[in-house]
Write a protein that binds this ligand. Structure first.
Ligand SMILES: Nc1ncnc2c1ncn2[C@@H]1O[C@H](COP(=O)(O)OP(=O)(O)OP(=O)(O)O)[C@@H](O)[C@H]1O
Length: 896
């Protein structure tokens, strides 16, 4: 072994295309795999089979990035202007603002990144490896060179391996960008040149799309091809979401307004109010700095990240931050049936063997006659599941068949010779088994498919006869009768083979129909409720299933998806339909069920709905579902039953495979969006009480002294208000959130209604209160309009107390605004006054900072504050109640 050298070089010094015996020798391995102990030792030697994360951006670089953010650049300009104008204190304050903001944004960005990264923990990848002579599911991270692994359709390959047996179709696009699947087989000859072109190798990070093979692991972790090119560095995307894009645009708009306000103020201050030029300049800059919403974007990123974390706890793992927002606007959920709506826990409840129907199937079953025996033999032979005392392995349809057969007695064992995998398009699976000297084909699948390929039928006594039309019709009726009860029906057939099997179509023909089994698969308990919530939330549910139309309809009715007569469309109907016809049909029929559809059809359904402006969530579990999942706005894969390929293609993975979780996730998405609106409202509301004092000062042409200083504005916007704003992102869902139709694609996060509420209602009330406080202090101190209040004048202390009152008044009003912002339509008591703990802490922080600015030296000197008289302070106590109370009243009166 060359382990030491291997480790130091980072790649094994071996040729994976060497003759197999050489490769086994070099890897010190055998066809029987490794023992657990050997694997453990090798893990300490080679490390875990993981890709090292691409180094994160360092703290300093992240901070640097935030410092040159366009909005920060605007502040730099303001700082330079302040410095040039000789107001060094303001310049320094702006620099502090830039630094604080950058640090704040950097922390939030990093938190968001972490939240997404942490999600990989929720989806640990598994691999099948031969350990201690047995096939085991092991965490992919524990694979080591020398392991023998199995890869089958739908699996993600977890390490680089040389195939030793079988062949697989692989999708190499993650490595080579080539989207056409390639075939790799143990028998393929080695090839010089690029390793990825070698016909007998498979690579970590690629996925298996067909068949099955076994391979000898020769490289893991960073030594794999994938590790080498580090292509998987960022599997979880971090692109800007539409919400972030919208908010960025709005942030720029507000920044432009702020610059405009500053520019307009300057001449008004100088010429109308007679302010000294330097003061006017300082104030203009202050106005600009205070209103540039530089904290908005990182706060939204953080809200989305918090949403992602919350969703993971619900059982929905999201792979993109922006998906949280898309989820909230979902208008249609296309869901499959088995496992998502139903429990995927099947039990055979009726059987028809030959022409004998046992419905219900007695428990224990009667002693089986020849037909029932033949049915059971086929059910066991054409089966890849395994009954285990701890947990059954395999497809629940197949385990149900095994359990049914087991009750009839031990079946005679045959020897599997070949297999035609279950194909969701054909809806059939077959195996070729030898029994003594005989060779049999056993087929199971959708009854109509099996019937179509059958020419004979067995009778109860086991005698075969030709299948006439009357019997066909009778069988079809019997199947329909079962499906109508919501049962899943599977037919079984067989054929004695006399020669080689040949092509699939050649093998699966002239079958002898043995009978069918009907299984019950009860709906999940939480589904009817979730369906009802979708209905009230205006979300349409479309069932898209491979199962029989009647089975699907019965289940859809049981859980409330259909309430009237649904329009049932089959895959065959879809084939003959133009995209436009499909769009029209979906628009015209509120209740549609797609049955017996192929995975490809799901893609067309998603496209048709999207062409109509719908936001589509689509579930899927099979390999062929991947394109539809990619096409949908939210591709939903199953964490338990699904394949790695769909998990890779999906935006959201359900750890519990439950439909109800999709609905909960939509609710969470709506909540995040609503919370983003809440803190934007809160941040916007302070603008009016900050601008009005200046307007009064300017319009009075200096008769009223300036009620608020620039540094005080900065202290509010960038000090006291930050934490409560963040805390609004943690609001619980407002009642009624899932009782409204989804928001439209065209809806803006900041709309006119919100601006009116922020500026013209909450803001205006605050401004009135704040100015009343200012004048109350000023007048009670003996001030008359036009009286001097500058340094050295007898009224100067009173003036300082009055501006402090304005400052504290705005802080008090913002406390009221924070409570008002908590709900958009409902009364606050519907969510509970004390239910948002972080907000209560945020308000405590806000009040503590405000108190410190007024009382803790040297802050009062820096911010020019003096504690107002006690009666004025008492007045402050009612401000929040008035602001919040008025909004409660408005909501009550207007209903929104
Ligand atoms: N293991 C299997 N072997 C043979 N036939 C099967 C097997 N599993 C399913 N079928 C048949 O193929 C049909 C389609 O199966 P598919 O897995 O595409 O969808 P489904 O499980 O019925 O429903 P859904 O799409 O809602 O999950 C089934 O209704 C059944 O008749």
């Amino acid at each position: 072994m060359t382990t030491n050298r291997t480790r130091s070089e980072g790649r094994p010094d071996l040729d994976p295309q060497a003759p197999l015996p050489d490769l086994f020798r070099r890897l010190d391995a055998t066809e029987h795999g490794l023992t657990t102990e050997q694997a453990r030792q090798r893990r300490t030697e080679y490390g875990r089979n993981e890709l090292r994360r691409q180094r994160r951006r360092s703290w300093w670089r992240e901070l640097g990035r935030q410092l040159v953010h366009p909005l920060a650049l605007l502040l730099w300009v303001a700082a330079i202007l302040a410095w040039v104008a000789g107001t060094a204190v303001l310049g320094a304050a702006i620099l502090a603002v830039i630094a604080l903001n950058a640090a704040f944004a950097a922390v939030q960005e990093r938190q968001a990144e972490r939240a997404v990264e942490a999600l990989t923990r929720y989806l640990p990848q598994q691999a099948r490896a031969l350990r201690d002579g047995q096939w085991r599911q092991v965490p992919a991270a524990e694979l080591v060179p020398g392991d023998i692994i199995a890869v089958g359709e739908g699996d993600r390959v977890s390490a680089d391996a040389r195939l030793v047996d079988g062949g697989v179709g692989v999708d190499l696009s993650a490595l080579t960008g080539e989207s056409q699947p390639a075939y790799r087989s143990a028998d393929a000859a080695g090839r010089a040149g690029s390793l990825t072109e070698a016909g007998n190798l498979v690579f970590s990070g690629t996925s298996c799309v067909a068949d099955e093979a076994r391979g000898l692991v020769y490289a893991t972790g960073m030594r794999t091809e994938l590790g080498r090119i580090a292509a998987l560095s960022q599997r979880v995307g971090r692109e800007e979401s539409p919400l972030e894009r919208q908010v960025r645009r709005v942030a720029w708009l507000i920044a432009a307004v702020a610059v405009g306000a500053g520019v307009i103020f300057f001449p008004i201050g100088v010429f109308a109010a007679g302010m000294p030029i330097s003061d006017a300049f300082t104030f203009a800059i202050g106005l600009l700095v205070a209103n540039v919403p530089e904290g908005l974007l990182p706060t939204i990123t953080l809200a989305l990240a918090v949403g992602v974390r919350g969703l993971a706890r619900l059982g929905a793992v999201i792979k993109r931050l922006s998906a949280v927002e898309t989820l909230g606007s979902t208008t249609v959920i296309c869901t499959d049936k088995t496992g998502t709506i139903t429990k995927n826990r099947m039990r055979v409840s009726a059987v028809r063997a030959g022409d004998q129907l046992l419905d219900p199937l007695p428990d224990p079953p009667p002693p089986p006659g020849p037909a029932l025996c033949a049915l059971a033999v086929s059910a066991v032979a054409c089966n890849n599941a395994e009954l285990r005392p701890d947990a059954d392995v395999g497809d629940p349809t197949e385990t149900a068949l095994l359990r049914f057969a087991a009750k009839l007695g031990p079946p005679p064992g045959g020897q599997r010779q070949a297999q035609f995998h279950f194909d969701p398009r054909l809806r059939l699976m077959s195996t070729v088994d030898s029994s003594g000297t005989e060779l049999w084909l056993h087929t199971k699948g959708a009854p109509e498919e099996v019937l179509r390929r059958s020419t004979r039928i067995i009778d109860a006594g086991g005698v075969e006869r030709p299948l006439d039309e009357a019997t066909r019709a009778d069988l079809a009726d019997a199947v329909t009768g079962q499906a109508r009860q919501g049962r899943r029906v599977l037919a079984l057939a067989r054929r004695r083979l006399t020669g080689p099997t040949g092509e699939r179509a050649q093998a699966e023909r002239e079958l002898t129909f043995l009978g069918f089994v009907a299984m019950v698969d009860p709906p999940r308990a939480a589904v009817p409720d979730a369906v009802a919530r979708c209905h009230t939330a205006g979300i349409r549910i479309i069932m898209v299933t491979g199962d029989h139309g009647l089975t699907a309809t019965a289940i859809a009715r049981q859980v409330g998806i259909t309430r009237g007569e649904p329009r049932v469309l089959t895959g065959a109907d879809l084939d003959g339909m133009t995209p436009q016809a499909l769009r029209d049909l979906l628009a015209a029929n509120p209740e549609v069920i797609f049955a017996r559809v192929s995975p490809e059809a799901k893609l067309h359904i998603a496209e048709a709905l999207q062409a109509d402006g719908q936001i589509v969530a689509m579930t899927g579990d099979g390999v062929n579902d991947a394109p539809a999942l990619r096409q949908a706005d939210i591709g939903v894969a199953m964490g338990r039953a699904g394949t790695d390929v769909t998990r890779e293609a999906a935006t959201m993975v359900l750890t519990d495979d439950n439909f109800a979780t999709i609905v909960a996730a939509v609710g969470a998405g709506r909540r995040v969006y609503a919370n983003v609106r809440k803190f934007i409202l809160y941040i916007l509301a302070h603008t009016t009480p900050e601008v009005v004092p200046f307007l009064i000062f300017a319009l009075s042409a200096g008769a009223v002294p300036l009620p608020l200083t620039v540094l005080q504005i900065l202290a509010i916007d960038l000090g006291t208000e930050t934490v409560p704003a963040l805390a609004l992102g943690r609001e619980p869902a407002e009642p009624g959130l899932m009782e409204r139709p989804p928001r439209r694609r065209t809806d803006r996060v900041i709309d006119r209604r919100m601006l009116l509420r922020a500026w013209a209602f909450l803001g205006l009330i605050s401004a009135v209160l704040v100015m009343a406080g200012f004048f109350a202090v000023l007048l009670s101190g003996g001030w008359t309009p036009g009286a001097p209040t500058g340094p050295g004048s007898p009224l100067h202390e009173t003036y300082l107390q009055a501006t402090t009152m304005t400052f504290l008044g705005i802080v008090a009003c913002q406390v009221g605004t924070a409570f008002a912002a908590r709900t958009e339509r409902a009364p606050l008591r519907a969510v509970g006054v004390f239910t948002n703990r972080p907000l209560l802490w945020g308000i405590a922080f806000e009040l503590a900072v405000a108190a410190a600015i007024v009382t803790v030296p040297p802050l009062p000197d820096l911010f020019a504050t003096r504690p107002p008289p006690v009666p004025a302070l008492a007045l402050l106590l009612v401000f929040p109640i008035i602001v919040w109370g008025s909004d409660e009243l408005r909501r009550k009166l207007t209903g929104s």
